[in-house]
Design a protein around this ligand. Structure first.
Ligand code: ADP
Ligand code: MG
Length: 318
């Protein structure tokens, strides 16, 4: 039995093809929560983190539509808003699932900040698309009026805002939580932390931080959280049962147990989608380098079997 950090992806929160209504999100989280409860029944201490892509997209659009009446809020604030919204949903559904499974815990969502560096090259080369697609004329206006960086997406034939996606350096609230570990909180509390990778902030002087217009990859921050709290297993839950080589090619092969070195070779070869499976594999390898025992990439229906090493991609030390 150990300590497991689970990173919930878009699909664990919101089903593809849905409208993203609140009842839909509740239903989706309810089924994910039932799976997470089985880990606690098996004696694991649980820590949760989650993505926020669709939710931030929605808030950006709402701000845009309302801007004649209400001032726009910056992206760091929107990130914090999604931590509240999704954290609340996880508190509701996971608390209920744990009670039903007869392993009650306090599910505690924290607004979490992640420190990034002003010198990170991502600030010179913003490349993470956020929000909706724009026409060329709109893109020109936004570039001038808002000083947004805009990028053309050939596949979809539209322009999108791109923002920096810097490296997470430190989860600011993590130190305090780490100090509680020897006091046995793991048996009572399921913390929900660094949603959306954490609110990106830059330290301006000791203990003083400033929010920035950026997004942080949630899987990269997950590796940091796992190291901070000493998790032995990192679980990345997404919408595919495993990682594959030759993904969507005739020679596609789903990966089971793979050693870190072999996975590194596949990563270098470009087998994993940039901005999708790539960061998950990178985060897994980082986690193993900082002392993790096992990283699992799978979907919620396969999780229980993946924990028993029967399915999903399990990355293990060399
Ligand atoms: P989430 O939003 O759940 O964090 P993403 O959508 O970013 O996850 O990444 C999961 C997606 O990665 C899958 O739906 C799949 O389409 C894509 N993907 C890219 N490369 C691979 C690969 N080699 N094996 C499996 N899935 C891959
Ligand atoms: Mg996705």
């Amino acid at each position: 039995m150990g300590r497991v950090l689970v990173a919930l992806g878009g699909n664990a929160l919101q089903r593809a093809g849905g409208h993203g209504t609140w009842p839909e999100q509740v239903a989706q989280m309810r089924s994910t929560a039932a799976v997470l409860a089985t880990l606690v029944v098996d004696g694991e201490e649980l820590i949760i983190t989650h993505g926020n892509g669709p939710q931030v997209g929605t808030l950006l659009r709402q701000n845009e539509l309302a801007e004649r009446e209400l001032p726009r809020r910056p992206m760091d604030v929107l990130g914090a808003e999604t931590q509240g919204q999704i954290g609340y949903l996880i508190e509701q559904e996971l608390t209920a699932a744990l009670v039903r499974a007869k392993v009650p815990r306090t599910v505690l969502a924290l607004v979490s900040r992640t420190a990034v560096s002003r010198k990170d090259r991502a600030f010179k080369h913003p490349d993470k698309p956020v929000g909706r697609y724009y026409t060329e004329a709109e893109a020109r206006t936004l570039r001038k009026r808002e000083s947004w960086e805009m990028e053309y997406d050939g596949a979809r034939g539209g322009w999108r805002r791109v923002v920096p996606s810097p490296e997470p350096l430190r989860w600011i609230e993590g130190e305090g939580l780490r100090r509680l570990l020897p006091h046995g909180w793991g048996a009572h509390i399921v913390p929900v932390v660094t949603g959306g990778g954490g609110v990106p902030v830059i330290e301006t002087s000791q203990g003083t931080y400033e929010g920035v217009e950026a997004v942080i990859d949630k899987d990269r921050t997950a590796a940091l959280v796992a190291a901070t709290l000493g998790a032995d297993t990192l679980v990345i839950l997404t919408d595919v049962p495993a990682a594959a080589v030759g993904f969507r090619k005739p020679w596609e092969k789903w990966l089971g147990e793979v050693r870190a070195k072999e996975m590194e070779t596949y990563l270098q070869r470009g087998e994993f989608g940039e901005g999708s499976m790539g960061p998950k594999v990178e985060a897994s390898l980082r986690f193993l380098r900082t002392g993790g025992h096992r990283a699992i990439i799978t979907d919620p229906p396969s999780l229980a079997r993946a924990m028993r090493n029967e399915t999903g991609t399990r990355i293990v030390p060399d």
